[in-house]
Design a protein around this ligand. Sequence first.
Ligand code: NAD
Length: 333
Amino acid sequence: MTLRVGIIGCGGIANKHAEVLSRIKEISLVAFCDIIEGNAKSFNEKYAKGKANVYTDYTKMLEKERLDIVYICLPPFAHGNEVEIAAENHTNIFIEKPIALSLELAKNMVRVTEKYSVKTQVGFMSRFGSAVEYFKNLESKDETGNLVLFIGRYFCNSLHSPWWREKAKSGGQVVEQIIHLYDLSRYLMGEPKSTFSKMNNILHKNVENYTIEDVSASVIKFKNGSLATIAATNCAIPNKWIFDFHVVSKNYTSYFLSPNVVSITKTDIPWENSIEIKSDRDLYEAETLDLISAIKENKSTRTPMIEGARSLSLVLSVVKSAEENREVEVEMV
Ligand SMILES: NC(=O)c1ccc[n+]([C@@H]2O[C@H](COP(=O)([O-])OP(=O)(O)OC[C@H]3O[C@@H](n4cnc5c(N)ncnc54)[C@H](O)[C@@H]3O)[C@@H](O)[C@H]2O)c1
């Protein structure tokens, strides 16, 4: 079985997906689309030996190519009706996070993909970390005991791309980037009830068009009573990305150095007893293989479109809380 795949948005993250896709036997990369034709052409040379078709208009690509899967790797502000058109053409979808900048568009993406029963995978690759998987498995066997606390930290220091720095285009650091941690908090702790958050721009006020926050901190209350704090900044060590988190539950205190590495200490026994999980799993490959299995075996992916909408709802509530200086209820999509 060969799966015909096309990519919309041939930029930074699409390179990673194309590289993964080009080494999977059953995948044939047949079409590339970018509003900058040269970007799509260079993907064609690099990943399809020039044999794929190149487009500057995704509507044409989706209608002509009859793809099995489309990879949507657009910047947040550029999402429009591509999900709708793909679903109407019965094309399965991989879409990068955040899936949109408004909840209305995100809800429509959920509605159309469910209506046409296409498989969807949102790019929250951290869910595929072997440490995260191990913990999730403990949870599913009821071994963790009550969940209590999630603490997440995201440190970086980079100007990223011009669209990233503009609030109207990226939604800000929380919406575009820290959404990975917010999604993990939902994945591991359950659905959020409310959030109280603060954010500020302290060191980037004089950078042209830098209209997003460079520091943020939020408290989340989950429906099961557990809590999270998530803090992030773009003022830390230049060109270094630090992303770690802790989870405390009745029976385990866990420190995740990354989605693939965790040290779990049992707390339901009187002596210290730790479990170490460590791997170098390629998370991008794992999320793609999960989508392919879902298509072949007609089952759900780990992160269908609704998960993208729910995590978007959480980060939009974080932004609203900071803007309005009050606790905000998180809308359950
Ligand atoms: N999961 C991850 O680890 C990860 C990492 C980086 C980026 N991302 C996400 O991926 C998305 C893309 O980010 P990026 O860093 O690759 O951006 P990028 O700017 O490098 O690439 C985006 C590409 O989309 C093209 N484009 C814009 N509008 C278009 C349109 N209407 N039709 C066709 N092409 C269009 C641009 O010309 C550009 O080539 C963002 O949502 C970002 O948050 C995810």
